[in-house]
Design a protein around this ligand. Structure first.
Ligand code: BES
Ligand code: ZN
Ligand code: ZN
Length: 504
């Protein structure tokens, strides 16, 4: 699939025009009118409009097949909804209708009348970027493990979307390039997540990271089991002991131009390529979904790749603690005590609360890098799914300024986040009986916050830190976002994490 800017005179086999609704308030009340946004519409389309065949509602489209309008074989009118409610996220979602229209008409050269999307001058670049992202995110499929590939795949990859506009200046071109980089790295991470655990072990995850980083300026170092032991990462090592697969600790570093001596931003990801719970084994229903327990790690890898490809002038480090959590003969047993890299000890009272143990080492290591900030992403707690469902990613930080910065970044990226409380009470519940800490709470409820309190014990004082629990949003269960509607990994928070680096 290709996306490029083109002139308004561009022709192709399919034209995408837009319809919006605008409500006007008059003495007699509120009236809704539909407006078609292509300037030179044929009589057929005008009649369609008058007879209300065309709907302005968002997520709808009306196809006019074989209409032969000004050299276009087909025209599809896509609804944008209320003009006043348009924003980049709305455009990202509208892209799904455009993508599916092109797919169902098997069109290989599609002209999208971009200037027909009502926007002010200052919105043009963010809208064109959102459209680019939406088209590419909609194009993601994971069918490489099926012996018979769908023909659609070949057709899709040949489709060119021309975004027709009279204002294709440098800022617009940059927006398309950025949109392509972001969406492609999100799709890269989605594939890592969707791959089953037997084909995405910690070793494979690390190898894929090394491969993907080639030519991007990203330096990747991978620690194997022996090195992890030598580096005193008792959390990661302890979780890995029940598995016959070796753990990996992946270190990625990117130094943008002129940033070599600057303190880094560190991204940390939970990379459990499979979490069956270990000795505290999970019930079998739905256990297959625990291949997604590495989505935090996959999304940190995606973030790092995007930052390097965008050549942002930032110094960033990405850390992924990767292992399986299995009940093999050498597995950690309930009650066992391990020591994390920063010297703190913890009792493993439930081997299924393993994410916090591998993150303990990664956060300790992140702290040693004297960073300007640390953010981590992890499918950490089932409690997060109960609290927020599949729409919002919950995040925890004690730093109000940092929380504001995060909310701003998320509003630009269009990803939904929600801050949750983290206070001393939560830590009190995590005290150990025989060790410094217990890996499960002694109290009831607030399971995501007590997990965050545990993590905080491994972050150096004064370092702005935020923990993102993506348990509910890391993969889709079918109804979350139109551009991510299939079952599968979402790549959530990559766009927000990149935006955080941009703002820094
Ligand atoms: N990976 C799971 C959390 C999870 C569960 C993510 C469901 C997404 C969907 C994590 O390792 C885990 O099992 N956590 C336990 C912790 C508990 C034992 C304190 C949980 O949430 O049940
Ligand atoms: Zn678990
Ligand atoms: Zn887990």
């Amino acid at each position: 699939m290709k996306i490029e800017l083109s002139k308004l005179s561009q022709t192709g086999s399919l034209l995408i025009a837009f319809a919006t609704s605008s409500s006007t308030q008059s003495k007699s009340g509120k009236t809704d009118s539909t407006k078609l946004t292509h300037t030179t519409l044929s009589k057929r389309l005008k009649t369609a409009l008058e007879s209300k065949e065309v709907s302005p509602a968002a997520q709808t489209s009306v196809s006019f097949r074989d209409i032969d309008f000004e050299g276009f074989r087909h025209v599809v009118v896509v609804g944008l909804g209320d003009e006043k409610k348009l924003d980049p996220e709305a455009i990202r979602q509208v892209a799904v209708s455009i993508h599916s229209a092109a797919k169902s008409l098997k069109a290989s050269d599609v002209v999208v009348h971009f200037d027909g999307i009502p926007h002010g001058k200052k919105d043009a670049a963010s809208y064109v970027q959102a459209l680019t992202e939406g088209l590419l995110l909609s194009d993601y499929t994971f069918d490489e493990l099926k012996s018979k590939k769908k023909d659609a795949k070949e057709e899709k990859s040949e489709t060119t979307f021309h975004l027709a506009t009279k204002s294709s200046d440098a800022a617009m071109k940059k927006a398309v390039t950025e949109g392509v980089i972001l969406a492609e790295t999100v799709n890269f991470s989605r594939r890592l997540g969707d791959m089953p655990a037997n084909l995405m072990t910690p070793t494979i995850l690390a190898d894929e990271t090394v491969d993907a980083a080639k030519g991007t300026g990203l330096k990747v170092t991978v620690w194997d089991k022996a090195r992890i032991k030598k580096e005193k990462m008792g959390g990661l090592l302890g979780v890995s002991m029940g598995s016959s697969e070796e753990p990996r600790f992946i270190i990625m570093e990117y130094k943008g131009t002129g940033t070599a001596n600057k303190a880094p931003i560190v991204y940390v990801g939970k990379g459990l390529t499979f979490d069956c719970g270990g000795i505290s084994i999970k019930p079998s229903a739905g256990m297959e979904e625990m291949k997604y327990d590495m989505c935090g790690g996959a999304n940190v890898i995606g973030t790092m790749l995007a930052i390097a490809k965008l050549k942002l002038k930032v110094h960033v480090v990405g850390l992924v603690a990767s292992t399986e959590n299995m009940p093999g003969p050498a597995a950690t047993k309930p009650g066992d005590v391990h020591t994390a890299r920063n010297g703190k000890t913890f009792e493993v009272n439930n081997t299924d609360a393993e994410g916090r143990l591998v993150l303990a080492d990664a956060l300790s290591y992140a702290t040693e890098l004297k960073p300007t900030m640390i953010v981590d992403a992890a499918t950490l707690t089932g409690a997060m799914v109960v609290a927020l469902g599949n729409i919002h990613t919950g995040f925890f930080t004690r730093n109000d300024g940092f929380a504001k910065q995060i909310s701003k970044a998320a509003s630009i990226s269009g990803e939904e986040t929600w801050r949750l409380p983290l206070v001393d009470h939560h830590l009190k519940d995590m005290k150990g009986t025989f060790a410094d800490l217990s890996n499960i709470s002694s109290g009831k409820g607030a399971g995501s916050a007590t997990a965050a309190a545990f993590l905080e014990q491994f972050v150096g004082e004064g370092i702005p830190w935020a923990h993102f629990d993506i348990a509910g949003t890391g993969w889709s269960v079918g109804n979350r976002l139109p551009y991510c509607s299939r079952k599968g990994a979402s790549g959530v928070m990559i766009r927000t994490f990149v935006e955080l680096a941009k703002q820094y």
